[in-house]
Design a protein around this ligand. Structure first.
Ligand code: ADP
Ligand code: MG
Length: 601
């Protein structure tokens, strides 16, 4: 080896380089800059915050956040860019009672390390005309001067990632970055209705809220008044947690969780656990693949929340997670059951009048197995009436009484006017409203509540006159074998019948006199074909399938008396608004809505 080895390969990095590396953690993209700057403005007690973006070609060029908060003195402004300079904590013990959004003292230093930042600030009540202007580029202070400016702070960020080309390359299209910024701003606006926000891009306003202090106003501003009108308020106060916010009636749901916004101690966070708890509050009000719109704000003892687990604080760690999740679930459930959940038909405005979309179509993705054709008219046959009667009688088991607290609030008395197409029951309420009830969905709900009583009890079963033989593939047979104990509890008596065959000797009483082997075959097929999932227990799956198969089919024409029995029974259920899959059982037209449709108002 002729070349001389360098004395040392290890170098201590200079602070500017350290900050560039750290920047990667906190400042991933333009949206992270917006988040940090807006959070600082909130911490500074701002009453209004303006976020101005410009873009050229396909990327975000500049970000400016202006607030009317407390501002900074000249000395503080100089310190603000020093790593780990913060006015918010001084010792580790402060961390446990921190109520501000920032506290690491990293954001400004890291943003300035990877861009050119111009800070203009003046502390409130200083009485001075001039504030401070500081320009920092790539972590180095380029300019410090006095400047005339209003109280508060304005921070302009340009040339983001100019000195970290790798990160710059990772930036997505302008629209993607704008969408991220939008998401961040939404969460912040919702958790701070007391602050007026304005998000402007290339001079045009994207998002704007007033500082009314009422969360519902911010929601209506961001998502429209139609969404706001479908929400019911949530409020549960326990010693260790306060749950507040709004959740949608089941008639407003989505395929994804994108409108489930949760803040903890006014910080917008992502938590699969809390989302699940919100969904759990709906029970069977929503299908398993539909998600509510929910704006939930949790105030939790700061001792139970560790926000310091994720650099951007988007994820948090909770102590007593189970109790917190239960509180959220109970709060949502209570909110839903103490409000009128019957979806109303929206009165169309003059422009949208006669819109063709059914306002409450079955959620897409839900397999509608019945052959439902609105307007279809089926002739009632004598034989049909008798079977329906038998079925209604067999299934008219007493329902477990509901807690009295909710007994009066769920459904009004309903007087049947008639039926339509063998699918819908028309009824009137004492208040003169018209209700349209989905006969199958309603009966399914009734049966579901009858069969899903206490899980320990064994369901009554009825022996089949001639047992039915099921032949299955080895894989299906294995699934059935696993399900045998659960099936037995629900009233199915199945025996091994050699190879991969089974003999069905008895079925739950609730299924009525099913003698046709195809029906039994179908029930078992439903059970083996449906993906077993963590969320729904075997028992729950069996109960839902039994309720669905046992219920009167759409297309079965019922007499008025039969219809009346169905609606009376529906009133007795704990959750009369949806079938076990979450589809609505009934919708309502008020007189006002009908009058509006006929242009009488
Ligand atoms: P942190 O927010 O974690 O304290 P930052 O780097 O975000 O750290 O900010 C450093 C300090 O600069 C803050 O603690 C605060 O004192 C001051 N500061 C930053 N932004 C503002 C602002 N918009 N108004 C007033 N003070 C600010
Ligand atoms: Mg900060």
């Amino acid at each position: 080896m002729s070349e001389q080895e360098p004395a040392s390969r290890i170098r201590v990095l200079d602070p500017a380089t350290i900050n560039q590396i750290a920047a990667g953690e906190v400042i991933e993209r333009p949206a992270s800059v917006v988040k940090e700057l807006v959070e600082n403005a909130i911490d500074a007690g701002a009453g209004s915050v303006t976020i101005e973006l410009t873009s050229i070609r396909d990327s975000i060029a500049t970000i400016r956040v202006t607030d009317d908060g407390c501002g900074m003195s000249d000395a503080d402004a100089r310190l603000a860019f020093v790593p780990h300079a913060t006015s918010k904590i001084s010792t580790i013990s402060d961390l446990h009672r921190i109520h501000t959004l920032g506290f690491r003292g990293e954001a400004l230093a890291t943003i300035a390390a990877v861009s050119r930042v111009t800070l203009v600030t003046k502390s409130v009540g200083s009485g001075l005309v001039a504030g401070t202007r500081i320009v920092v580029e790539g972590g180095r202070v380029r300019e410090t001067s006095g400047t005339g400016c209003p109280d508060g702070t304005s921070i302009l960020v340009e040339d983001l990632f100019f000195n970290t080309p790798a990160r710059k390359k990772f930036q997505k299209s302008k629209n993607t970055e704008l969408a991220h910024i939008h998401d961040i701003c939404e969460g912040i606006c919702l958790s701070h209705p007391e602050i007026a926000f304005r998000l402007v891009h290339n001079g045009s306003e994207h998002l704007i809220t007033d500082s009314t202090g009422r969360p519902l106003d911010a929601i209506a501003r961001l998502y429209g008044s139609t969404v706001a009108a479908e929400l019911v308020p949530v409020e549960l106060i326990l010693p260790f947690i306060e749950v507040r916010g709004f959740v949608s009636r089941p008639s407003l749901s989505r395929k994804d969780r994108a409108r489930m916004l949760v803040s903890v101690n006014q910080r917008y966070i992502t938590s699969a656990g809390i989302n699940d708890a919100i969904k759990a509050g709906y029970g069977t009000l929503l299908p398993k693949d539909r998600f509510p719109v929910a704006f939930i704000s949790l105030i939790i003892d700061t001792g139970l929340v560790d926000v310091n687990v994720h650099p951007t604080k988007k994820q948090i760690r909770l102590s007593q997670e189970k109790e917190i999740f239960e509180a959220v679930r109970d709060a949502v459930r209570e909110a839903l059951f103490s409000h009128d959940l019957i979806p109303s038909i929206e009165v169309p405005g003059p422009v949208e009048r006669l819109a063709t979309d059914p306002p409450h179509a079955a959620p897409s993705g839900y397999p509608v197995s019945d052959n439902r054709q609105p307007g279809m008219v089926a002739e009632s046959t004598h034989a049909g009436t008798i079977t329906t009667d038998q079925r209604l009688r067999q299934t008219e088991l007493p329902l477990t009484p509901r807690p009295t607290a909710v007994i009066s609030s769920l459904l009004p008395r309903m007087e049947v006017i008639g039926e339509f197409g063998g699918i819908y029951i028309l009824a009137r309420t004492p208040d003169g409203e018209l209700l349209i009830i989905d006969q199958h969905a309603a009966h399914e709900r009734i049966l579901y509540e009858q069969v899903s009583g206490p899980s320990g009890a064994v369901r009554p079963s009825q022996e089949l006159i001639s047992p039915v033989v099921l032949h299955r593939t080895p894989k299906e047979a294995a699934i059935i074998r696993d399900l045998l104990p659960a099936l037995a509890k629900e009233g199915f008596v199945l025996e091994e019948f050699g190879g991969d065959s089974f003999l069905v000797r008895a079925v739950p009483v609730i299924l009525g006199r099913v003698e046709e082997s195809p029906v039994i075959d179908e029930i078992i097929s439903d059970l083996v074909s449906e993906e077993a999932s963590q969320a729904v227990s075997n028992r729950e799956r069996i109960v839902r399938i039994v309720a669905c198969r046992g219920a009167i089919k759409a297309g079965t024409v019922c007499s008025r008396e039969q219809c009346q029995r169905i609606v009376d029974q529906l009133r007795m259920t704990q959750n009369p608004f949806t079938c076990p899959h979450g589809r609505p059982t009934l919708i309502r037209f008020t007189r006002h809505e009908l009058d509006a449709r006929f242009l009488r108002v």
